[in-house]
Design a protein around this ligand. Sequence first.
Ligand SMILES: *[C@@H]1O[C@H](CO)[C@@H](O)[C@H](O)[C@H]1NC(C)=O
Ligand SMILES: *[C@@H]1O[C@H](CO)[C@@H](O)[C@H](O)[C@H]1NC(C)=O
Ligand SMILES: *[C@@H]1O[C@H](CO)[C@@H](O)[C@H](O)[C@H]1NC(C)=O
Ligand SMILES: *[C@@H]1O[C@H](CO)[C@@H](O)[C@H](O)[C@H]1NC(C)=O
Length: 493
Amino acid sequence: MISLSRPLKVALGAIFFISVSFSLYYFETIDVIIQKTKPIVTRVDPSTLDVEQIEADFPMGYKNPRAWFVPLPKPNERSLLKILSKEQKALLPNLGAQARLSSRQQKNIESFYGIKRQGTWQDHINSLDDEGLAPLTKWAQQYIYDHQHPKSCKGKKFYVLEEKATWYGLGAAIRVVFRELELAISNDRILVLDPANPPGGNLMSKDCAAHRGKNASLECIIEDITSCASYVTEENSVRELSIAGVPGGNKFVPPLPAAAFLTYMKETGMQLTGAVLRYWWHAQMYGYLFRPNKATLARMVEMRMDKDTHKGIDTNVWVDGEPKPIKKFPFPLPPSTASIHIRHGDKAIEGRLISTRDYIVAAERFILRNPILWRKRAFVTTEDPSAITEIRNTTGVNPVPTSFANQNWTWFYSDIPRFDGSPFQNFRLSQNRTDALIIHITQLWMAIECDTFVGNRNSNWNKLIDSIRCVLMDKCRAPYLDAGYMADWLHYP
Ligand SMILES: *[C@@H]1O[C@H](CO)[C@@H](O)[C@H](O)[C@H]1NC(C)=O
Ligand SMILES: *[C@@H]1O[C@H](CO)[C@@H](O)[C@H](O)[C@H]1NC(C)=O
Ligand SMILES: *[C@@H]1O[C@H](CO)[C@@H](O)[C@H](O)[C@H]1NC(C)=O
Ligand SMILES: *[C@@H]1O[C@H](CO)[C@@H](O)[C@H](O)[C@H]1NC(C)=O
């Protein structure tokens, strides 16, 4: 710390006082100038506001009485161009082009979909920027992969996992498997899906693995979780593992990754809590298991590029009572697009449902406070068809939409079969279950093209989004805005 001598403090204090007085005087001058021009007054009618907004942004309809707090007119392109010289105008196209996605991000997103990618998922992860990944991701992913794919399978011990929860959706099914995988790693056993009754079979078309001579399982859509499945015998395997037998006393995180993250955190000079350790490790687990295999990726790319599925609308322009459609749905989604995942459906059984409007409020509050880089543009995913109807009909929630950033929302969404119910009810909408599942995985991948994330972590799907963006993509530093109650997900196991 710098310690200042007393006379110096007095001197600095005086300078500060003078500069404040000067700027007050200066503001008064601005005031006079503004008074002379036509005054524009922001009018907010408190009766049209929700309590939440009144309290947060306009307490009791408050507006700042200072006369210089007035909205500004839009810049007028035509009159600006009249003023500029030819040379100055020639600069503009290149400056405008900087709004496009960087070629590096473009390449990362293509690689995330497997487009033009030669290598494995691990190669993809290794190509990403450490700064944007969850701590120690490259190491942790290699560690889990090597445990499940040792150089030699000979002499290894196994834990055979059968289907235990036939009624779970994909997000929850993945979670069930990784809870067992962490147990297997702690016990130095390789996790293998039971060939007779493998987890996730119910989520797929029955014949999805017939061409490989196998029963339907999660491995129809994700990479095989181990390379040693054919080495399992009665003698070298168990079908149950008890949490009580886990060495190191942590039933969630195996000893080496726990020690690794602890050491990492000590290096940052900060304490590591049990909840954060588990959250980090579970993100790694989602990232290891939720790797679409080559066939799935190929189908995802087909779905992503389909011209008729994905829609964009601009609620700044209305034609016959309908927002104007965006002609060409972009790939990838443009920079400063927020992902909003609205989880309704059967989630009400487990926690409070958050209204569509609350998700928009969470997004807008952030965007209004970060006007330099963020815009009112979002890709919305949900199983609730009425959420899409409501979104389409929403120009904005904040009562002064013109005050900051762009004016009204631009919405992106996909026209896919939706039913406001359980994941199973959603898959039944389609003839081909595997394909229906891939539609939803594609929605998740599209969400991760975005660079702000609005959701409610009281759902496995939202935790999947949160994990995949931090482990299979380098978007962990992007803001995640939870529209719900922290109490509903904080210590979720
Ligand atoms: C598939 O499941 C059936 C019934 O559970 C079982 O009899 C059969 O052996 C399994 N197929 C393979 C390849 O394991
Ligand atoms: C934005 O939405 C508001 C409220 O619906 C509307 O009054 C305004 O005209 C819209 N702005 C544009 C540019 O369409
Ligand atoms: C859309 O919003 C308008 C104005 O708020 C309302 O009158 C209309 O019923 C809404 N339409 C739908 C389909 O929700
Ligand atoms: C179902 O979808 C999967 C994945 O897209 C595809 O491989 C399979 O051929 C489809 N099955 C039928 C019967 O169309």
